[in-house]
Design a protein around this ligand. Structure first.
Ligand code: NAD
Length: 235
């Protein structure tokens, strides 16, 4: 391991889970899994038609819990690297799936929430869930129907854990973004925060995203992530 790298922040996006069979998000056409983003990923969409929003996340949750969806070699490589790396390692994911934790990642922050959690609109308490939820589902704390919402950060809402993430970004030597288009703020600006302290920045993606990282590695995440992190450990 290169002795100069002591602190690493990795950001992942939907691209790392694509080869596990989970569709990415396509901001250019304004659709997510064939639904307008405004309908299924904004607080206004939820107020307009909560039943549609419940059903959208029910479908994503059912898919995530099905036998076909498993962590891939990229998720596993990150968990192995974290285990073997002697310095500080933080994994920040924009993904709402649970494939990083299933692969064994430990120091992990879900900045956009989690598909397997719901939140009470009154108490703000967060619950683990596996089952479908609809407008008639009763909240576990206030026991009323209609009080639960997906524990997902929608457009216009503040992502979770931002203080912790910014502290780690400002202190890291290396920042690596994997499988993210750089279209969703504030994650799209993380590499610039990391550069404030002159961290080296690298992007692993299928294709060019237009962001000015120091290093770009193009290819499928299941190939690029294991080789990049193996090389980092033996450097
Ligand atoms: P995005 O869909 O905007 O971008 C995905 C990026 O991954 C693209 O740049 C694409 O070139 C790249 N990519 C696709 N397949 C790849 C592969 N096999 N290997 C390497 N790179 C690959 O995703 P985003 O930037 O994460 O933003 C989307 C938002 O939608 C996030 O906020 C996230 O919460 C949400 N989302 C999450 C999931 C999930 O949890 N798996 C899925 C869809 C959307």
């Amino acid at each position: 391991m290169s002795s100069s790298v002591k602190s690493i922040v990795v950001l992942t996006g939907a691209g790392i889970s694509a080869e596990s069979g989970i569709e990415t998000f396509r901001a250019e056409d304004g659709l997510w899994a064939n639904h307008p983003v405004d309908d299924v990923a904004t607080p206004e969409g939820f107020s307009r038609n909560p039943q549609l929003v419940y059903e959208f996340y029910n479908q994503r949750r059912r898919q995530l819990l099905s036998d076909e969806i498993k962590p891939n070699a990229a998720h596993t490589a990150l968990a192995k690297f974290e285990h073997d790396f002697p310095g500080f390692f933080l994994l920040v994911t924009q993904n709402i799936d649970n494939l990083h934790e299933r692969a064994g990642s430990q120091n992990l922050l879900h900045m956009h929430g989690e598909l397997l959690k719901m939140r009470c609109l009154n108490s703000k308490m967060v619950f683990d869930i596996q089952e479908d939820i609809d407008f008639d589902s009763h909240c576990r704390c206030c026991r009323s129907p209609g009080n639960l919402r997906p524990h997902i950060v929608w457009f216009g809402e503040m992502p979770f854990h931002m203080n912790q993430i910014n502290i780690a970004l400002e202190a890291c030597d290396l920042f690596v973004a994997i499988g993210t288009s750089g279209n969703v703020y504030p994650a799209s600006g993380f590499y610039q925060t990391a550069k404030i302290r002159k961290a080296h920045t690298a992007e692993l993606n299928l294709e060019e995203t237009g962001s000015t990282f120091d290093k770009h590695v193009y290819g499928q995440a299941t190939e690029t992530v294991p080789s990049y992190f193996e090389a980092l450990l033996s450097a």
